[in-house]
Design a protein around this ligand. Structure first.
Ligand SMILES: Cc1ncc(COP(=O)(O)O)c(C=O)c1O
Length: 434
């Protein structure tokens, strides 16, 4: 939260400032996930969502590219998802019961995602990563894991390391330093490193197939293919973390887009259209340890009927409208990135955007950012200034500049966003010359 007492901001966001002040008295840090507090100039308190828009407690309306940190692929009020949730509510909550929806959803996922012959459900991406790693270790009888720098796989101690370029250690205070000892960090995109390091002592290689968290990088040619071959050679499992890319880069996720099929896929976010649900899916062979019941898979909220109903409704829409939804989202992302980059060059403002399918990353940087390694040059503070300038113009991104498209965004939204970008650029140009 900015401490600068900008009078116009204080007025425009008065309700959000007041909310934050009162929330801090009992809600630790005033938010339920730390990054939400970084929004500039203040963490916006959202009152309601409608389609691709949100309205805050002050009545300000925003075109929303944060989309709940990714899940809201159909926007905030997709009619069939809302109807499915309401219908499910009418039958009681039935938490932790066996019900028909969970098998129906697993079958739908199998129809959409190439690797997904069998599926197990949990509630969050972090849990699903934990489950996938456990499956890999149990299936291979090995412990070591290869992870890539600046890939993010949730916040559990055993994998929450090397989340940014130049920071190879634990990524949060309070982590058990022993927990990630079996993790070897390599550079994402460098298949040669994997080929040199991977041997029959490793249980798995886990990878964000497109490095969205690192700044929206699509995989270099041959990278995923070579990692696939190397894991097969050593009998290690290949795990695609598709928590972001699943159902977003294509109906079948990154594995469909890039034509490389992993042994295990971790799905989350867009799967539930906004309700908490995640999954580990995989080939029959890779999932045998789970499907035989030999590996313990627990969780009170796993496969809860409300989330399952939302996910079934979501996948049915994506399946039925895939030919229209994916090209449109990707086209809009390309239009916005093209506009932003052209404006930035024309005005000499050091802000750029990178696209990966229906996601893009805006950042301020002192120099070109062509590779994941270059993200060390990103100026995080200036990026927050730019996303704050967009917010004042009615465009909400993730504070760190990551943006998602939904099927609910319209051409009018994209054009209004271009106008907002132009004004935000002007502000940046003024602040860099001042
Ligand atoms: C690629 C990836 N994996 C895993 C996770 C963790 O998911 P969750 O926040 O649902 O625990 C995230 C969250 O952003 C993610 O981006």
């Amino acid at each position: 939260m900015s401490d600068s007492l900008d009078a116009a901001d204080r007025q425009r966001f008065a309700g959000s400032y007041a909310h934050r002040k009162s929330a801090l008295s009992h809600l630790a840090y005033g938010v339920s996930s730390t990054p939400r507090a970084t929004q500039n100039p203040v963490a916006i308190a959202v009152e309601r969502g409608e389609g691709a828009h949100v309205v805050d407690v002050d009545g300000n309306r925003y075109i929303d590219y944060a989309l709940g940190y990714g899940p809201l692929i159909l926007g905030h009020t997709p009619p069939s998802v809302i109807a499915a949730i309401q219908d499910e509510l009418g039958r009681g909550l039935r938490t932790a019961s066996v019900h028909r929806g969970e098998a129906e959803l697993a079958e739908l996922i199998a129809a959409c995602v190439p690797s997904a012959e069998q599926t197990s459900f949990v509630s969050t991406g972090t849990e699903a990563i934990q489950l996938a790693l456990r499956v890999a270790r149990a299936a291979t009888g090995r412990v070591k894991i290869i992870k890539f720098r600046a890939n993010y796989h949730g916040w559990a101690d055993g994998i929450h390391v090397g989340n940014a370029i130049g920071q190879d250690g634990a990524s949060a205070l309070g982590q058990d330093p022993q927990a990630a000892q079996s993790v070897t960090l390599l550079d994402w995109g460098d298949a040669g490193q994997v080929e040199a390091v991977l041997d029959a002592s490793f249980a798995a290689v886990i990878v964000e197939p497109a490095a969205i968290n690192g700044g929206c990088f699509e995989p270099p040619a041959g990278f995923l293919e070579r990692v696939r071959t190397a894991t097969q050679r050593c009998g290690a499992l290949l795990i695609f973390d598709e928590v972001i890319t699943g159902f977003r880069l294509a109906l079948g996720g990154a594995q469909e887009r890039y034509g490389v099929t992993p042994d295990l896929s971790v799905l989350g976010k867009a799967l539930g259209a906004g309700l908490p649900i995640s999954a580990v899916s995989g080939s029959r062979a890779a999932m045998e340890i789970l499907s035989s019941g030999r590996l313990m898979h627990r969780g009170t909220f796993n496969g809860n009927p409300l989330s399952v109903a939302a996910a079934i409704a979501c996948l049915k829409v994506l399946q039925a409208e895939r030919g229209e939804i994916y090209p449109r989202m990707e086209g809009f992302a390309a239009q916005l990135c093209g506009f932003l980059n052209d404006e930035a060059v024309r005005r000499g403002v050091p802000v750029r955007a990178r696209q990966a399918g229906a996601a893009f990353q805006i950042f301020a940087a002192n120099g070109p950012v062509e590779t994941l390694r270059d993200t060390a040059k990103v100026d995080k503070d200036k990026t927050l200034v730019f996303t704050g300038a967009l917010l004042r113009q009615g465009v909400m991104t993730l504070p760190r500049g990551l943006c998602y498209l939904s099927s609910a965004h319209s051409l009018a939204d994209i054009e209004a966003t271009e106008a907002a970008i132009a004004v935000a650029m002007e502000t940046m140009a003024r602040s860099t010359t001042a």
